[in-house]
Design a protein around this ligand. Structure first.
Ligand SMILES: [Zn+2]
Length: 423
């Protein structure tokens, strides 16, 4: 019983079961030991202090796709751009103007922003090594994915592979804060390196993450080596990469990623806007989650994700904000609210919509990055990562209110049972 604390609230949403009115969560040594009714759990631990919250307790949110080091890029993400290529050029200009940025500090700021909106776990893509330790150093959960971008086979064999291995092995990590590898996208890394990076991730026992089917010109790039993205890649790289040199692969985005070994239950992708029915089926059969980032999609001038199709087909989904370079906040619940609008607009009318979107933003994200045995629901044995939403706690239609109106309502965030943020 030592060090046990019982958190009580008018409503608890375990995600693994229906909401509990006048609920309680008993926590010991940073882990949940019981979840249930206050009337049962409080008397069962007579010596434990009781902490009373005026709100709704939900599992800490999981931001399944972000780049925390770009938390200082708010000027780029503040408003929509006319096209993906236009956004991409604006982003590169911002990045190149920040050669002296303290990327570790900006990533840690991103963690603080996440905590202030109830997020306790992150799939963080790290371009600059200085940001690689941010999750472990801040004591939050997630995977820090070291990014590969603009790498061809000569560079990989000459220097990059050895650096990646050293960097992954030396990174700070913990049981809950791990490292992974992220070839940025199948168009921004040369084909042989995609295959070798996927092999390396498995040799090192780390997870994979890629941007996939984000741009509307990606498909023609893989299929025929043509289109706006193909032109831009040729321009930036200065010569055709192997796909362009051979006039495309004849494969769509998901088929090509699969052929390179980039999909599987140990990988998840971001965006997936232009996968199509066939592409989603390839990911689904591979057990690969898609982190949907609808607000980012609209900012970079592309279409929103077809979330109604993902839900109808039972494709595994999670939710990401992407970075402040393509979004106005790191509040996962803002993206969840937009996903609801899109799902309804897309014709999804089943009564499980809100429950599934709450699950996508919690246990779905945890599953996408391989941490769902420890995070993402409120149940005994899991880490006590909890968000407190200051909202009407009537359990009737509570999940709908969390999804539609939960953004901006976080009043406290607990990590491993410790209060890490409080309004
Ligand atoms: Zn991204």
């Amino acid at each position: 019983m030592s060090n046990r604390v019982v958190h009580v609230a008018p409503a608890v949403v375990p995600v693994v079961g229906p909401p509990i009115s006048d609920g309680a969560i008993a926590v010991e040594a940073g882990r949940i030991v019981a979840v249930g009714a206050q009337a049962t759990l409080v008397p069962a631990s007579p010596d434990a202090p009781v902490v009373s919250w005026d709100g709704v307790l939900i599992p800490g949110l999981v931001n399944a796709h972000t780049h925390l080091q770009y938390t200082s890029f708010a000027a780029v993400g503040a408003k929509p751009h006319p096209s993906y290529v236009a956004w991409s050029e604006r982003f590169v200009t911002e990045y190149e103007g920040r050669r002296t940025e303290d990327w570790g500090a900006t990533a840690r700021n991103g963690v603080e922003l996440g905590l202030s909106t109830g997020t306790t776990c992150f799939a963080d893509v790290v371009t600059d090594i200085a940001a690689l330790d941010a999750l472990a150093d801040m004591g939050v959960a997630g995977v820090s994915y070291l990014e590969l971008i603009g790498v061809d086979d000569n560079a990989w064999e000459g220097r990059v592979r050895a650096t990646v291995v050293d960097t992954l092995r030396q990174a700070h990590r913990s049981t809950h804060a791990r490292v992974g590898l992220s070839p940025h996208a199948p168009y921004s890394v040369d084909e042989p390196v995609l295959v070798k990076a996927a092999d390396l991730a498995r040799e090192e026992g780390v997870r994979l993450h890629i941007h996939l089917a984000e741009s509307d010109s990606e498909d023609s790039y893989y299929r025929t080596g043509t289109g706006a993205l193909a032109e831009r890649v040729s321009l930036r790289v200065g010569r055709p990469w192997s796909i362009l040199a051979r006039g495309g692969t004849g494969m769509g985005a998901a088929e090509f990623a699969s052929a390179c070994g980039l999909l599987g239950a140990d990988s998840h992708v971001a965006h997936g806007v232009y996968l199509g029915t066939e592409g989603r089926a390839i990911l689904r059969s591979a057990g690969t989650y898609v982190a949907l980032c609808p607000r980012s999609n609209l900012t970079v001038g592309i279409d929103p994700p077809p979330v109604a199709d993902f839900l109808t087909e039972d494709s595994p989904i999670a939710v990401g904000t992407d970075s402040l370079g393509s979004n106005t906040s790191l509040d996962v619940l803002q993206d969840v609210a937009l996903l609801r609008e899109l799902a309804v607009g897309g014709g999804y009318d089943r009564p499980d919509l809100d429950r599934r979107l709450v699950a996508a933003a919690t246990v779905g994200g945890a599953a996408a990055i391989g941490l769902d045995s420890d995070l993402g629901t409120l149940e005994p044995g899991k880490r006590a990562d909890i968000a407190v939403l200051g909202m009407d706690s009537d359990i009737s239609e509570l999940e709908r209110r969390i999804v539609a109106d939960g953004a901006g309502t976080c009043i406290a965030t607990l990590v491993s049972g410790e209060v890490r943020w409080k309004i």
